[in-house]
Ligand binder design. Structure first.
Ligand SMILES: Nc1nc2c(ncn2[C@@H]2O[C@H](COP(=O)(O)OP(=O)(O)O)[C@@H](O)[C@H]2O)c(=O)[nH]1
Ligand SMILES: [Mg+2]
Length: 461
C-alpha cells in the first residue's frame, strides 16, 4: 500500500450511466482547487452544505452543473479535507470532470486514487478500524440482505467491540502476570491469589463464543460448496433445477447430456449454497466423445474442491456396481450424502436415515417430495444454527486470528496447570494471543497485510 499523503481523486460512483455521479477528492489544501473548478461567484463552500453551481474548464466554459460539498478535516470520511462533486452520471461527463480536477490539482500533487485508498486513509486517520474498513467492502459486495445487515453491524463497530472486550480481559490478566514477574519469590502463589486460572478460563469461554458467532457469519459470506456427482441419468441436473427453482441445467433422458460444470447459488434460510452440477461419471469407454471425457475429469476436480458431495443414485434401479465404484473414489475426508432420487418411481417414502457414517436421503427431484429434508440437511452440514444470538460477518482472516489466539490461550492454560508454572512462558502466550486479536482490528497489523486487504476494494472507495 502506498503510504504517500498526496491528495487523491476518483470517480466514486459505479461506472456506467446513472442519474448522478460523484467525483471525490481527499487531501490537504484542496480549497484553491475547489475555487478553480467550481464557479463560486464570490460565495464560499460552507462545510457540509450542498452548493449548486457550475463545474468549469480552465477557460471558464461549463462542463456540467451540479452540487459541490465541502468537508473540512477531520470531519470527513477520510479524516482529511474532502471535496465531493455531484454531477450527471454519464461516463464521459464524469471523466471530463475528473480530468479537470486532476489538471487543477496538479500544483498540489493531486493524483488518481488506488483501489480502497479513501478507506485506507480513513483507517490511517482512526476513522475506522480494520474490521470496520473490511465491512465497508463487505457491505458493497453483499449479495443477500442478511449479509448486508451483518456488514452494517460490523461497520458500526459491533464486531470490533467484541474483540476489544476480549483484548481488555487479556490485558488485565497480563498486567497481573507481568507485575508478578518482577517479584520472583511470589510467583508460586500468584496463580492462586489472583485467580489467574479462573480469569483465563473466562477469557477462553468468551473467545469460543465470539468464534462461534464469527464462524456463522463467515458461512453467510462465502456459503457452502456442494457438488452433485453420480452416474449419467440419475437426475443430478433435475436436482439442481429443483433446488434452484428454475431450469438452469438441461435435463433429458439421454445419458451424457451435462458436459460441463454448472454452478448455481441458491439460498436456504439466507445461507448461500453453491450447487455444482457435473457431467455424469461413467467409464471413459462409454463416454460419447472427447468433450464428455473432459467433463468427467472436471467432475472429479470439482469433487476435490467441494465442502460436501451429494452422491446421487437412482432409487428405482437400486445401487449398481458403477455406483459403488464412484462411492469408493469419493474422498473420505468430505461429508457425504447419498441421495436416492426418483422415489416417485420406486415407491420409497421421503426420508433421511443414517447407516454407519453414511446418510441416505430419499427424494424425488421431479415431484419435489423430500426436497425440504435435503435443504435442512445441507444447513445442518454447513453448521448453521438458528440461535437467534448475534453473529458477525467474519472473514477467513478473522477466523484464523481467533483460532490462533485460542491456541495460545490453550497453551497458557496448560502452563498454568503445571506444578512449577513458568510464569514468563505463561505471560508470553498471553501476549501472543493479544497480538492475534489485535490484528483483527488492525491495532497491530503488518503493512503487507494492509496492502492485501485494501487492494481488493474498488477504486473510489
Ligand atoms: N420419475 C422421475 N424422473 C426423474 C427424476 N429426476 C430426474 N428424472 C428423469 O431422469 C432423466 C435424467 O435426468 P437428468 O437430470 O438429466 O440426469 P443427470 O444426467 O444425472 O443430470 C430425465 O429424463 C429426468 O426427467 C425423478 O425424481 N423422478
Ligand atoms: Mg445432467
Amino acid at each position: 500500500m502506498i503510504a504517500d499523503s498526496s491528495p487523491i481523486a476518483a470517480i466514486a460512483t459505479a461506472p456506467g450511466r446513472g442519474g448522478i455521479g460523484v467525483v471525490r477528492i481527499s487531501g490537504k489544501g484542496l480549497m484553491p482547487l475547489a475555487r478553480a473548478v467550481c464557479r463560486l461567484d464570490g460565495r464560499d463552500l460552507k462545510p457540509r452544505h450542498a452548493t449548486y453551481l457550475d463545474f468549469m474548464q480552465a477557460d471558464g466554459s461549463t462542463i456540467d452543473r451540479g452540487l459541490a460539498i465541502w468537508f473540512s478535516a477531520p470531519h470527513s470520511y477520510t479524516g482529511e479535507e474532502v471535496l465531493e462533486l455531484q454531477g450527471h452520471g454519464g461516463p464521459v461527463v464524469m471523466q471530463m470532470l475528473l480530468n479537470r480536477c486532476l489538471e487543477a490539482g496538479r500544483e498540489i500533487g493531486l493524483r488518481l486514487a488506488n483501489p480502497g485508498e479513501f478507506t485506507f486513509r480513513a483507517f490511517q486517520n482512526d476513522k475506522l478500524d480494520l474490521a470496520q474498513a473490511e465491512a465497508v467492502s463487505d457491505l458493497i459486495e453483499a449479495s443477500t440482505e442478511a449479509a448486508a445487515k451483518l456488514a452494517t453491524q460490523s461497520l458500526s463497530g459491533a464486531f470490533s467491540q467484541a474483540i476489544g472486550a476480549l483484548v481488555e480481559q487479556v490485558i488485565h490478566l497480563r498486567m497481573l502476570v507481568e507485575a508478578t514477574l518482577d517479584f520472583p519469590e511470589e510467583e508460586i502463589e500468584f496463580l492462586e491469589k489472583s485467580n489467574a486460572r479462573g480469569q483465563l478460563q473466562a477469557i477462553r469461554e468468551t473467545l469460543d463464543h465470539v468464534l462461534r458467532q464469527a464462524g456463522q457469519g463467515a458461512l453467510l459470506r462465502t456459503g457452502l460448496k456442494v457438488v452433485l456427482a453420480g452416474q449419467p441419468n440419475v437426475g443430478k441436473s433435475s436436482l439442481l433445477n429443483a433446488l434452484a427453482g428454475a431450469d438452469v441445467a438441461i435435463v433429458t433422458a439421454i445419458a451424457g447430456t451435462t458436459r460441463d460444470k454448472i454452478t448455481e447459488t441458491i439460498h436456504v434460510e439466507g445461507i448461500p449454497i453453491n450447487v455444482i452440477d457435473t457431467a455424469g461419471i461413467r467409464d471413459e469407454d462409454d463416454a460419447s466423445d472427447e468433450v464428455e471425457r473432459i467433463g468427467i475429469s472436471r467432475t472429479w476436480a470439482a469433487v476435490e474442491a467441494a465442502d460436501v458431495v451429494l452422491h446421487i443414485l437412482d432409487a428405482s434401479r437400486g445401487p449398481t456396481r458403477a455406483d459403488e465404484e464412484i462411492a469408493a473414489r469419493l474422498p473420505a475426508k468430505l461429508p457425504l450424502l447419498r441421495i436416492w432420487n426418483k422415489i416417485d418411481l420406486s415407491g420409497h417414502q421421503p426420508a433421511i436415515e443414517s447407516v454407519g457414517d453414511v446418510t441416505n436421503l430419499y427424494l424425488s427431484a421431479s415431484s419435489g417430495s423430500g426436497m425440504d429434508l435435503l435443504r435442512q440437511e445441507l444447513l445442518r452440514i454447513a453448521g448453521w444454527q438458528q440461535t437467534g444470538e448475534s453473529i458477525y460477518l467474519a472473514r477467513e482472516r478473522h477466523l484464523q486470528a481467533l483460532q490462533a489466539a485460542r491456541e495460545h490461550l490453550a497453551v497458557a492454560a496448560q502452563l498454568a496447570e503445571q506444578r512449577d508454572s513458568a510464569l514468563d512462558l505463561f505471560a508470553e502466550e498471553l501476549r501472543l494471543a493479544q497480538e492475534q486479536l489485535n490484528s483483527i482490528t488492525g491495532a497491530f497489523t503488518s503493512d503487507d497485510l494492509l496492502g492485501v486487504i485494501f487492494s481488493r476494494f474498488c477504486i473510489g472507495k
